[in-house]
Design a protein around this ligand. Structure first.
Ligand code: ARG
Length: 576
């Protein structure tokens, strides 16, 4: 059950009864300090001003009206009309038991929606670099969370597989094949791209052939299509290895690249012209948008077809949104893309709405991503200024994790060490991304990432192993409990409250695409567990029934940590 949502609704209802507007905000938050209860209501003051009532008086009226059905044991009015709510221990006990019995940890069903999530989106004949990492990792956590809640999620890997550069790439691939070295060279995509470009810039015969191939490719020429396919496949096979290594759920059939929308583009342009949204201007087809101004303060012109007939990234994204609504039946669309593409998306969506391709009832959301920076605040690059490749980054993380684990466990078997190093290194890289607010630029730092202390994956993975070891010591039948949960100490109650807030965290991530909220939740939970573990003996508890009660708290904590990490795409191990 979503406690926050329940309390918010009840308080809002009371406020509306007392004359507040229907959209008033109760502002229910987790209390900052235990002396303020478990939840505090912060919205009374602002509403009291509107209703011209003393805040404490309004607070009192709200409290008198509240019917919370046993969830609270105490409701207090504090300061200038704050309301502090204390959850009732027997209510907590009952809901903890329900959570233990539920495969979804008590998280309620939501009305399922078809949601398209656009993420990762690398470009063909270029290696994925750290710039694509955020979209891939944050997007995948969001996808996993939406699926957990029961939504029908369509993963769309909008790869950059179309454009004029393909003539040059095909011509170069052909040249390599003639020289008999295609397989070798193409495996380093970055080098391949650069060499192709060099030929294109220097060799006029090559340039001519490249231009000819673009035209042929667009006309559907068999040979050019085959060569193009090869470039797409080689690139995506390499990327798939990275997805697998990163434990990212993307598969080959999630690819819905730019080329998919080709057949739609002429129709889109003529339709936009017909609807009077686009018009010819200096030979190109342009949409003038009142909503955006250019430097001269005039409506901004967005080109959708160039003078030479070529379509643009914008045209493709217009078609793509239309397709996702009409063909995929999306009820919500989420795009995990760099914040530098915000204006592009806003223009696309303004056009899409004007043309009626996607109704207002279907949200189009840009979940923006900040940049990845190095310690000096500059974009994250290698010493020589090149982009850091993902494989190199993962290799280094693995190396560091191996060293860390081997130092801690000198006698661990090689196979276990290797497996552990893998789980730990991938967890570290992903968690470092996920635990920061996605919109802010993020400073890459190895040391914070692989620490047993603080808000890291390792801290949470380690907390999980401590719980696993309790159940291992206890042996079989670990799931059979004969006594109920009884919350006696403050450590038990605090852990219990946090356990029941899992749903709040998950719902927030699903709504806003902010996995850092889940990370903070998990970290808090792990810290509370550790405090509980120090103060409340489990296996050596005074009575068998107390032991059983605490075991259940430990069990639910373990399952919540594992499930939470799983939603983040991070694995757990039973010991480390
Ligand atoms: N391939 C693009 C890039 O690397 C990202 C595509 C994002 N998705 C979209 N629908 N435009 O910048």
């Amino acid at each position: 059950m979503n406690i926050n949502m329940f309390l918010s609704k009840k308080i809002q209802q009371a406020l509306v009864t007392l004359g507040a507007s229907a959209d008033c905000k109760a502002q229910v938050r987790h209390s900052a300090k235990t002396q303020f209860g478990d939840y505090q209501v912060n919205g009374i003051m602002a509403i009291a001003m509107q209703l011209r009532l003393p805040p404490r008086e309004l607070a009192k009226k709200v409290v008198d009206l509240l019917e919370l059905g046993g969830i609270a044991s105490k409701i207090e009015i504090a300061g200038h009309g704050f309301i502090n709510i204390y959850l009732d221990p027997s209510w907590l006990e009952k809901h903890l038991t329900e959570a233990i019995d539920s495969p979804r940890l008590g998280v309620a069903n939501v009305p399922p929606q078809t949601i398209v999530v656009d993420y990762s989106a690398p470009n063909i004949a270029k290696e994925m670099h750290v710039g694509h990492v955020r979209s891939t990792i944050v997007g995948d956590a969001s996808v996993r969370t939406l699926i957990f809640l029961g939504h029908n999620v369509i993963k769309a890997n909008h790869i950059g597989d179309w454009g004029t550069q393909f003539g040059m790439l095909i011509a170069y691939l052909e040249k390599l094949q003639q020289d008999g070295e295609a397989e070798m060279q193409i495996s380093c995509l970055e080098r391949f791209y650069r060499a192709a470009k060099q030929h294109y810039d220097k060799d006029p015969v090559f340039t001519e052939r490249a231009r000819d191939y673009v035209v042929k490719l667009q006309r559907g020429d068999k040979y050019c299509r085959k060569m193009w396919h090869k470039l797409v496949n080689v690139t995506m096979e390499q990327n798939q290895k990275i997805y697998d290594r990163l434990n990212v759920t993307l598969k080959h059939n999630d690819i819905m690249g730019e080329s998919l929308y080709n057949p739609m583009l002429p129709g889109i342009v003529s339709d936009l012209k017909e609807k009077g949204i686009a018009a010819e201007s200096e030979g190109a087809i342009v949409v003038f948008l009142e909503e955006f101004k250019n430097k001269q303060g005039e409506p901004m012109g967005v080109i959708i077809q160039k003078k030479d007939g070529a379509y643009l990234y914008t045209t493709i994204d217009i078609a793509c949104a239309k397709y996702r609504y009409e063909t995929l039946k999306a009820e919500r669309m989420i795009y995990y893309i760099d914040s530098r593409q915000h204006q592009h998306l806003m223009q696309v969506w303004t056009i899409v709405r004007k043309a009626g391709y996607v109704p207002e009832s279907v949200p189009l959301e840009h979940h923006m991503l900040g940049m990845m920076l190095s310690k000096d605040g500059k974009p994250f690059k290698t010493r020589s200024g090149g982009v850091i490749k993902l494989t190199a980054l993962l290799d280094e993380a693995l190396e560091r994790a191996r060293y860390l684990i081997a130092t801690k466990n000198p006698y661990m078997e090689a196979a276990e060490l290797e497996r552990l190093a893998q789980v730990v290194s991938v967890g570290a890289i992903k968690y470092a991304e996920l635990s920061k607010n996605r919109t802010t630029d993020y400073v890459f730092n190895w040391d914070n990432m692989l620490s047993f202390e603080g808000n890291t994956a390792l801290y949470i993975q380690y907390a999980y192993t401590r719980i696993a070891s309790i159940f291992k010591q206890r042996g079989q039948n670990k799931q059979q409990f004969t006594s109920d949960i009884r919350l006696k100490t403050i450590q038990e109650t605090q852990l219990a409250v946090r356990l029941l807030q899992f749903e709040e965290a998950v719902i927030t991530v699903a709504r806003d695409g902010t996995p850092h909220i889940l990370c903070t939740y998990m970290y808090d939970l792990a810290v509370l567990f550790s405090t509980f573990y120090e103060h409340c003996p489990i296996l050596n508890a005074k009575h068998a029934s107390l032991c059983q009660s605490r075991l259940q708290l430990a069990l639910l904590t373990g399952r919540t940590l594992k499930q939470g990490l799983n939603l983040l795409g991070i694995e757990t191990v039973e010991r480390m």
